[in-house]
Ligand binder design. Sequence first.
Ligand code: ARG
Length: 401
Amino acid sequence: MTERIVLAYSGGLDTSVAIGWIGEATGAEVIAVAVDVGQGGESLETIRQRALGCGAVEAYVADASDEFANEYCVPTLKANALYQGHYPLVSAISRPVIVKHLVKAAREFGATTVAHGCTGKGNDQVRFEVGIQTLGPDLKCIAPVRDLALTRDKAIAFAEDKGLPIETTKKNPYSIDQNVWGRAVETGYLEDIWNAPTKDIYDYTAAPEFPPAPDEVTISFEAGVPVAIDGVKVTPLQAIKELNRRAGAQGVGRIDVVEDRLVGIKSREIYEAPGAMALITAHKHLEDITIEREQARFKATVGQRWAELVYDGQWFSPLKRSLDAFIEDTQRYVTGDIRMVLHGGQAIVNGRRSGTSLYDFDLATYDTGDTFDQSMARGFIELWGMSAKVASGRDIRVAGK
Ligand code: ARG
């Protein structure tokens, strides 16, 4: 039987050419798999037909948009995950869900190998292959761009030579990856890190310099999950989409950073994640009133570690699973409403309420009705400073010798 290879297919030039390129290099049949993670653009049926037109023996499309929102974006939100304090892991969380569907397709179509279109310089190759190793340890991996020397020039020549049904003239100067959680743009003009991004780079956000009238929105959460916007019930996918639209119109969620890739390179990235950044901001503010102080402090370090693991392609790892269990436990009381104003590139919270809040008006107030006994503070501070005071006494003694 002819060997079969499942290819992660985007519909773009590189993966379209990869279908025939892999076939010629290996003699295998190629099954193209496209996964909808809310990236928008062309219809999946158009993409499917193109794969078949480029020589795939089967083309399979998976609608994973709700799955992606529920099982990948929501955990990222619960973790308030921002890699290096900036990046909400847009591409990093989409690779594991794509891998899941690739492995499923490999089983369905009897493939022995999985292929992806990544280069050898980025994080995405790691995320694909570590994911595949974990979910399908018997499957082999190939990357035509990296392993079969499929360069851009060769791709264009191959497409023209074979008359493939794909545009070869429209050269996008940037490498773009997008899904419902956000959009990542890199390479080209952006590689000079002093160059400011030009207007044409953005697609999910309008220029924050010229915003429309302020937009006040109330987001309701239940156990850390967004469940309603302005009182209207929504699924996580609907919440992200609605906030992409409303926060995007105000230019919220533009990020320009130089980040540390797993392969040791620092790289310039432009992200747009209006819905994700508005949701993370709201969620964090709700945690501020519903999570106990020590648990909250510890959760911040867990969230940071979680973001690093996910960035580094360890979505399916044991440590990530253990951290998920911790984070899930912290979300028990993260239920309530956050009101925020979206305007001019900012999402600013101006009200919060929760039936499970730890904010105690009677303890906090400086007005009459205060139940906080201020006389306790004196002794508390005395003991709190004791250990450092003893040490400083020692320092003075030693220095005096
Ligand atoms: N640097 C980001 C990350 O590693 C974005 C990668 C985007 N991928 C792409 N092919 N443009 O998560």
